[in-house]
Design a binder for this molecule. Structure first.
Ligand SMILES: [Zn+2]
Ligand SMILES: [Zn+2]
Length: 372
C-alpha cells in the first residue's frame, strides 16, 4: 500500500495550529489516525476511527442468543414433518430441503409492466425466493456441522444456483443468522432470491471488476487476493482460497472469501475447491462463534457472475460476511454519519483480523495459518 503526504519537507508543523504534515508516512502512521480507506470493489470510501471504541457505550445491548436448542422443535415451520403457516407439510427430509418461500418477495408470474413519468420510473420484476434448510436438525448450525454435512450445503448452493441461473439473470445465495440479523427461526437455513434485474451491489461490482480487467487484463479480486495473502488481514489461505478481513471492511468483523483461481460462479467449483472451501468455511464459522464464545450473528452471501448470456471474463466469485457485533452484547448500527455520509468503523480491519485469527486458531489449530 502507498501512503503519500501533501507537502514538501518532512515533519512540518505549520503555523497557526494547523495539522502536522508528514512526508511519505508509513502506512502504520496513516492508519493510527482517523483516515479514509478505498473500497476497490464498490468504488466507495469509508471512514476509520480506530480510537472510538474507548468511548463510553450507552447504546443497545444485545441479549445473548439461546444456545441450548432441541434437535427437533414441534413448533418450528422448518423441521421435518412439520406444518408451515400456509398449511403445507414439510417432508421428513434427512439431509437438505428446498421450498419456495410461502411469503415470497418475488414471484415468477409478475406481469411485465413499467412506469415512465419524468423522474418517476418503475419496472415490474419477475423472480423467485427459495428457502433452503441446511439440515433436518433444528440445533445444528453450519458452524457446528461435520465437513461432510457442510459440503452438502455448498453443493446445495451450487446446484440451486445452476438451476435458477437457467431462468433468471441474478442468483443471490444468502444466510441471515441470529435474531440480531432478523432471522426469525434458529433452524439452520438460508435463502436464494433470483430475479431478472441486476441489483445495486451487482451493478457496482460489475463496473469495478470490468474496469480493472480492461486496464490490466486481470481479475480485480485475484489481484486483491494476491496482495493480501500472508498479510495482517489474512485469516487463512491455501492454493484455492483466501479468507480475509478486507482492507475496506465497514462492519467490525466483516470478512471476504475469494477463490485464488479464476472462478465465476459456485457451480464452476470443482471437487477439490469445494472440499477446501468446506474446511476454510468451517474454520471461519467456528472462529466467529469463538470470538465472543456465543453463536455469532451475521448476514452472508455469495456474489457470482450474472446469468445473462453476456461474456464477463472479469467476474470473480466471492462471499461476503457482514456480522453486526462490535462486542459480545453490543451491535454496530449503520446510522447517522453512516447513512448520511459514508460507512465508519471503530476498530481497524487489522485489529479485527488479529482477534478473528486467534479465535480461528483456538477453535481449529490447523485452520488459520496466514500464508500457508
Ligand atoms: Zn426446526
Ligand atoms: Zn460482492
Amino acid at each position: 500500500m502507498r501512503a503519500s503526504g501533501t507537502h514538501g519537507g518532512a515533519d512540518v508543523r505549520a503555523a497557526s495550529g494547523q495539522a502536522e504534515v508528514i512526508e511519505n508516512p508509513s502506512p502504520a502512521v496513516v492508519m493510527a489516525q482517523p483516515h479514509r480507506r478505498y473500497n476497490a470493489l464498490l468504488d466507495e470510501w469509508l471512514l476509520v476511527s480506530a480510537e472510538r471504541t474507548s468511548r463510553p457505550w450507552l447504546g443497545r445491548q444485545e441479549t445473548p442468543p439461546v444456545v441450548d436448542l432441541p434437535t427437533y422443535d414441534p413448533s418450528c415451520y422448518l423441521c421435518p414433518g412439520n406444518v408451515r403457516a400456509n398449511g403445507k407439510w414439510n417432508p421428513k427430509y434427512e439431509s437438505t430441503f428446498v421450498f419456495t418461500n410461502d411469503f415470497a418477495a418475488l414471484r415468477p408470474d409478475a406481469p411485465d409492466t413499467a412506469v415512465e413519468d419524468g423522474l418517476l420510473r418503475a419496472k415490474s420484476e419477475r423472480g423467485t425466493c427459495e428457502v433452503i434448510c441446511f439440515s433436518p436438525r433444528h440445533d445444528l448450525s453450519l458452524s457446528r456441522m461435520s465437513p461432510a454435512q457442510a459440503r452438502t450445503v455448498i453443493d446445495l448452493w451450487a446446484n440451486e444456483t445452476a438451476s435458477l441461473g437457467q431462468r433468471y439473470e441474478w442468483v443471490q445465495v444468502f444466510e441471515n443468522r441470529g435474531s440480531a440479523m432478523g432471522a426469525s427461526n434458529p433452524h439452520p437455513h438460508g435463502q436464494i432470491w433470483a430475479g431478472d434485474a441486476l441489483p445495486r451491489e451487482a451493478v457496482k461490482e460489475d463496473a469495478t471488476q470490468r474496469r480493472h480487467f480492461d486496464e490490466t487484463g486481470r481479475r480485480l479480486l485475484i489481484d486483491y487476493a494476491e496482495q493480501e495473502v500472508g498479510g495482517p488481514r489474512d485469516l487463512g489461505s491455501d492454493d484455492d482460497w483466501l479468507i480475509v478481513v478486507p482492507f475496506w471492511a465497514a462492519w467490525p468483523f466483516e470478512t471476504l472469501i475469494v477463490p485464488r483461481r479464476p472462478v465465476s460462479r459456485l457451480p464452476d467449483l470443482d471437487d477439490r475447491a469445494r472440499n477446501s472451501l468446506t474446511e476454510r468455511l468451517l474454520g471461519l464459522l467456528r472462529g466467529y462463534d469463538g470470538v465472543f464464545e456465543a453463536p455469532f450473528p451475521y448476514s452472508m452471501g455469495w456474489h457470482q457472475a450474472p446469468f445473462d448470456g453476456i461474456e464477463r471474463p472479469y467476474w470473480q466469485l466471492h462471499a461476503h460476511f457482514y456480522p453486526p457485533l462490535l462486542r459480545a452484547t453490543v451491535r454496530k448500527f449503520m446510522v447517522g454519519y453512516e447513512l448520511l455520509s459514508e460507512p465508519q468503523r471503530d476498530i481497524t480491519a487489522e485489529d479485527a483480523a488479529e482477534r478473528l485469527r486467534s479465535a480461528i486458531n483456538a477453535a481449529s489449530p490447523r485452520a488459520a495459518q496466514p500464508g500457508i
